[in-house]
Design a protein around this ligand. Structure first.
Ligand code: MN
Ligand code: MN
Length: 454
């Protein structure tokens, strides 16, 4: 199949529009680096665009814009269309959590006069990639009395950062012989946080200094770690990448690049026939099992409340699902020229060639894949072509090489037509992921075209 770089289809004016869109994305990505922050950022932007909390509305009518957040980590936005909900809606779902290092419940310890924090990695990472980087710490601590402390340290240039050390090459003779899996044990991912001793303390002076510091600066004691969420992520902003500035290098683009594009697409969708939904979910990287994940019944409850408030019966819920269409907006693996042998170049997605329509994401005999029907794929490609969206097909590596899941299955099982469709990424799950501005903008256009379809 003939493929064409998306860039060749745009003139100077179009390229300027793409740069401006991606600059706003780059800032948003840099500002909201945890699932909580990202949801917070989306809610404030949605409110600026006229979205109201669902719980504040008694009756709903076509054109109304509502949202509902679940525990600060999941968000559903909806713009009601002219048609009744029983005729179905257009849904786009993306996840807002990204691989990172979480602090353990009892993280702080001292060894050889250095203080460190124990971590547990979240999501599938190649552990060695997370060493020797400046890290920032984000924390939400809830005290026993319910008081909440929000902590962020390491993002501003004047703030300190943190790091995980690695062995010097001079002493790495044994380490170098190990496999990558064994050479970097998860229990060694300990974050260096201090070396100053507390005056007059003989036992664990450095740890004691930091315990006092945390009490004074953050107002928390060691036990409060039990009810906290601390996440370490690469410090600093996302950056333009390349001499031609055609790409973006930044943390957390899986899957905030799709989350941002589909969220913006909804904000910029005018009145429609069908109702439009944007679902931003949490915990995809650890299997979507939690209360704020795609498997939570939060979406179904939202739909039930919507049906009631639009004057429809609850029995129309199943019709709503049956007649709805969904896109699982998640990133795809872009063809990496340095590791070509794990891809089938004829079927791999390429950076800069547009949004990726993926038929199969499963492993080996398509295991775990949410196969959309040929009818549904035809429906989607027709929409993209009709709206001149740059798009391509893709897959997750060679047939017997890889595989991975997305949230698609949780919508497909509700009897909703669902297909995976997102932005190709290089260095996926690494501290700094790479995307092309052409693909980010194509995703925005593709998602908008989907929302606008009758
Ligand atoms: Mn993902
Ligand atoms: Mn992922």
């Amino acid at each position: 199949m003939e493929r064409q770089s998306a860039w060749t289809r745009w003139d100077a004016t179009a390229r300027e529009k793409i740069s401006a869109f991606c600059e706003r994305y780059r800032c948003f990505l840099s500002q909201y680096k945890t699932e909580r922050k990202f949801i917070q950022g989306c809610i404030s932007l949605a409110r600026e665009h006229g979205y109201q909390p669902l719980e504040a509305c008694d009756r709903l009518k076509p054109g109304d814009k509502i949202y509902r957040a679940n525990r600060n980590k999941q968000l559903i936005l909806c713009q009601l269309g002219q048609q009744p909900l029983s005729l179905g809606g257009h849904l786009i779902a993306a996840h807002v959590d990204s691989p990172r290092l979480d602090l353990k419940t009892s993280p702080l310890y001292e060894e050889d006069n250095l203080a460190l924090l124990k971590t547990y990695y979240y999501g599938g990472i190649k552990k060695y990639q997370w060493l020797n980087l400046p890290l920032a710490l984000y924390g939400t601590v809830v005290l026993k009395n319910g008081e909440k402390k929000e902590i962020c340290l390491g993002e501003k240039p004047e703030e300190p950062v943190f790091t995980i050390t690695d062995l010097l090459p001079h002493l790495a003779k044994d380490q170098m012989k190990k496999t990558i899996e064994d050479g970097f044990p998860g229990e060694n991912l300990n974050i260096l946080v201090g070396s100053l001793p507390e005056p007059g303390k003989e036992k664990e002076p450095v740890r004691n200094y930091l315990l006092r510091w945390m009490k004074e600066e953050w107002g928390i004691s060691e036990e409060d770690f039990v009810s906290s969420e601390f996440e370490a992520v690469p410090a600093g902003a996302a950056r333009d990448l390349g001499l031609d500035r055609s790409m973006i290098l930044g943390y957390g683009q899986d899957d905030r690049v799709c989350a941002y594009s589909c969220f913006l697409a909804l904000l910029h969708t005018g009145p429609t026939e069908k109702s439009s939904f944007c679902l931003l979910v949490d915990q995809e990287e650890i299997g979507s099992s939690g209360v704020t994940s795609a498997q939570s019944s939060f979406f179904q409850t939202f739909v039930e409340e919507l049906l009631e408030k639009t004057g429809s019966g609850l029995k129309e819920k199943r019709l709503f699902f049956e007649n709805s269409k969904a896109i699982s907006a998640d990133v795809a693996a872009g063809l990496d020229p340095s590791y070509r042998d794990v891809y089938d170049p004829r079927n791999a997605a390429r950076l800069g060639f547009g949004i990726v329509l993926e038929r199969t994401t499963g492993a080996r005999g398509k295991s775990g894949s949410t196969e959309p029907t040929a009818e549904y794929l035809a429906y989607l490609r027709n929409i993209f072509d009709k709206h001149q969206v740059c798009w391509q097909t893709g897959e997750l590596g060679k047939v017997e090489q890889g595989g991975g899941g997305t949230v698609a299955t949780y919508f497909a099982r509700l009897n909703i037509d669902t297909a995976d469709c997102g932005v190709p990424v290089l260095s996926m799950h690494s501290p700094f992921e790479v995307t092309s501005k052409a693909d980010i903008y194509s995703a925005f256009q593709g998602y908008q075209a989907f929302y606008q379809e009758e």
